[in-house]
Design a protein around this ligand. Structure first.
Ligand SMILES: NC(=O)c1ccc[n+]([C@@H]2O[C@H](COP(=O)([O-])OP(=O)(O)OC[C@H]3O[C@@H](n4cnc5c(N)ncnc54)[C@H](O)[C@@H]3O)[C@@H](O)[C@H]2O)c1
Length: 247
């Protein structure tokens, strides 16, 4: 376990799935947690779980692709908690389609949430973190951003962008004591992957050396490590959490 006592974490897309598991894990490790999602009421379950871990928690409603909304939420969190030590850019969507049928709107929506959202939140917390001269940012990418996937040109481009953004921001912010890393999950069992047909899931399973799908907690464990002091000499890195699919 990472010792995150006294730290304040902000997690986007925390209503369910990987984001919820991250919020709960950071709280179990001692952090107070600000959670946000598209609708505040969707965060009720996460709020209760973080609260049961004995930590302070507040819910915020925001679309991560909305610059003004993001700025406002960061100001509110600073007002409510006094500081932000950890940012986890987790909110993400898929709008899968083969390239020839890939709608411009589906391209824009995916890039807007996955990549622009990561940039907007990182930019918004960078100033207060610079003043503190410390901070840890963890961006949730995907192995698809490294290896590509038919039917996911928009998603792959967004996650490849998150990886490139992570490496650049890490170099820019290192001198101010801020570390920026990415976690690239493989196939994790959440609502995002529930939609896949059984045949596709079985095919996918055969490609995973550890022979099981990942759980949200598998991702949260690595996020907690990167957010904590045990990773104090780690920045600009991408950690694959994929059961060995990508080596
Ligand atoms: N599940 C997987 O196999 C997998 C694999 C690789 C990467 N990822 C990434 O992990 C992250 C979490 O995925 P998940 O599987 O938990 O997905 P999910 O769909 O279960 O949860 C995503 C959360 O993000 C929120 N969200 C979506 N758009 C938003 C917006 N504009 N503003 C604020 N919140 C928004 C949703 O409401 C939801 O609560 C995503 O970035 C996803 O791309 C997931």
């Amino acid at each position: 376990m990472a010792d995150l006592s006294g730290r304040v974490a902000l997690v986007t897309g925390a209503a369910r799935g990987i984001g919820q598991a991250i919020a709960v894990r950071l709280a179990e490790d001692g952090a107070d947690v600000a959670v946000c999602d598209l609708k505040a009421e969707w965060l009720e379950e996460t709020r209760q779980k973080v609260s049961s871990a004995g930590r302070k928690v507040r819910s915020y409603e925001v679309n991560v692709g909305d610059a003004v909304g993001v700025q406002n939420v960061v100001q509110q969190v600073l007002g409510d908690f006094g500081r932000i030590d950890i940012l986890v850019n987790n909110a993400g969507i898929t709008r899968d389609s083969l390239l020839l049928r890939l709608d411009e709107k589906d391209w824009d929506d995916v890039l807007n949430v996955n990549l622009k959202g990561t940039y907007l939140f990182t930019r918004a917390v960078a100033r207060p973190m610079m003043k503190q001269r410390s901070g840890a940012i963890v961006n949730i990418a995907s192995i698809i951003g490294e290896i590509g996937n038919a039917g996911q040109c928009n998603y792959a481009a967004s996650k490849g962008g998150v990886i490139a953004f992570t490496k650049s921001a890490a170099k820019e912010l290192a001198a101010r004591g801020i570390r920026v890393n990415a976690v690239a999950p493989g196939f994790i069992q959440t609502r995002m992957t529930e939609a896949l047909p059984e045949e596709a899931r079985q095919k996918m399973l055969q490609m995973i050396p550890l022979a099981r799908f990942g759980q949200p907690e598998d991702v949260a464990n690595v996020v907690a490590f990167l957010a904590g002091d045990d990773a104090s000499y780690v920045t600009g890195q991408v950690v694959n959490v994929c059961g060995g699919m990508v080596t």
